[in-house]
Design a protein around this ligand. Structure first.
Ligand code: AMP
Ligand code: MG
Length: 417
């Protein structure tokens, strides 16, 4: 059965059905472009990166000290010192069995050498080196083998990998000056509602400042998107149709918040139906419903109409929009990321829906991960998102979580920007 956004009607959907249906909105990642290393942070690889070299390039010393050629007959207590190899140098002349050279960390072992002894365990006298505890030396110790980190021809990073600090360092260590990555999704963002007022303006008597455009901008940016901020939609159907059509022609994804609940002055809903093919959903989750979803305009641009309540807007963005942004960029790992933690106290929930509580994680001395609620959980209480470092996800099967029971959590990481 295909779960299309548009033929689900207005029945109550499970979170799983909503996830499956929204996933259909993106069938392929955005095109790739080549970018230099400096511009790759947060981007997603469009192709696997195969190492052109062995890393490390040479078998080398892991310590400052001596490199020696271990004789067949066993190690002597004193080694003739026949030279020196510093980092950046290479000695082509082979060591004869029983000889050693002074060596610094990272310097290539000369031919014949197979073992390194650290400087602190040595004494030098008359062109020979004495080892203080020869019985503790093992043949092959303190040597990093060529290619032991990454062999030439091996896949260093898979396609779909998001490039953070470690990945950038790795690409650089392979000598790559850049890579092909997927284009960042352009995300058009609107707020809706007559009461919604831009920060910086005077707050009307019945007004509310526009929180969503900025919390959603933050989430979209963290997920690798590029925001096109289209402001607050006027309460005028013609203007909404024009703005949405224009956004759909320019953006890879369009997001609005507010104005999609049943029984509202339904201009947004009516306008949306004029511009696209949409479903209006009630999802069995809290906070979260209602949600509109579908495609807009000739380019069939994916669209999300998120709830107006600030916490609901963020939670639905994290559950449904973030995975699509990941797909648009070719990311392969499953999102959202989940862990299991033990509930510090009992957590209220209701069977038949997924409850997303705002939570705070802590580990104890035994290494167990605990989670507690941030307190009041109203879907307008944005300070609960500020206090939280995770969402607690309580399955529809559970009517309550007792203290000490395991529960699923989704960490709210400061993702890459
Ligand atoms: P709605 O989904 O339009 O019915 O809005 C639900 C609640 O969220 C109402 O109290 C709105 O005032 C509030 N709301 C809607 N949009 C925003 C916004 N951009 N920022 C803050 N609150 C909002
Ligand atoms: Mg509204």
């Amino acid at each position: 059965m295909s779960l299309s956004c548009f033929d689900l009607g207005e029945r109550m959907l499970s979170v799983a059905e909503a996830r499956a249906a929204t996933a259909e909105l993106v069938t392929a990642p955005l095109p790739a472009e080549w970018l230099p290393l400096e511009a790759l942070h947060g981007r997603v690889l469009a192709e696997a990166q195969v190492s052109p070299i062995d890393v490390p390039q040479n078998t080398n010393a892991a310590m400052d000290g001596i490199a020696l050629a271990w004789p067949q007959a066993g190690a002597p207590a004193s080694w003739p010192l026949v030279g020196e190899v510093l980092a950046g140098q290479r000695r082509e002349a082979a060591l004869a069995a029983g000889e050693c050279v002074r060596i610094t960390t990272g310097a290539p072992l000369p031919p014949g050498a197979d073992t390194v002894i650290m400087r602190e365990q040595l004494d030098e006298q008359g062109g020979c080196v004495q080892v203080r505890h020869p019985q503790s030396v093992r043949r092959g110790q303190n040597v990093r083998k060529a290619g032991e980190d990454i062999a030439r021809g091996a896949t260093a990073l898979a396609a779909g990998t998001r490039l953070g600090a470690a990945e950038l360092g790795l690409l650089a260590s392979l000598g790559m000056a850049g890579a092909r990555v997927h284009r960042r999704p352009r995300v058009a963002l609107f707020s809706t509602g007559d009461e919604v007022t831009a920060p910086g303006e005077a707050l009307p008597a019945a007004g509310i400042f526009d929180a969503n455009r900025f919390s959603l901008r933050g989430l979209v940016t963290e997920q690798g998107g590029e925001v096109v901020d289209l402001g607050i939609l006027p309460d005028d159907q013609g203007a909404i149709v024009a703005a949405l059509s224009d956004a759909a022609s320019r953006a890879d994804l369009v997001i609005t918040s507010g104005g999609v609940s049943v029984g509202e002055a339904d201009r947004v809903r009516a306008a949306l139906q004029e511009v696209g093919e949409l479903g209006f959903w009630k999802i069995a989750m809290r906070p979260g419903r209602p949600l509109a979803c579908g495609r807009l305009g000739e380019r069939a641009t994916p669209f999300f109409g998120l709830p107006g309540n600030p916490v609901a807007a963020m939670v639905t963005c994290l559950q449904f929009v973030a995975p699509l942004l990941a797909r648009l960029q070719g990311r392969t790992e499953p999102l959202p990321r989940r862990l299991t933690a033990l509930a510090e106290t009992s957590l209220a929930s209701r069977a038949g829906r997924v409850d997303f509580l705002r939570g705070v994680l802590a580990s104890d001395a035994e290494g167990r991960l605990w989670v507690r609620s941030t307190g009041r959980q109203g879907s307008g209480i944005l300070s609960s998102m500020v206090a939280a470092d995770c969402l607690i996800e309580i399955d529809p099967e559970r009517a309550e979580v007792a203290a000490g029971e395991p529960v699923t959590v989704q960490p709210l990481s400061d993702d890459l920007c």
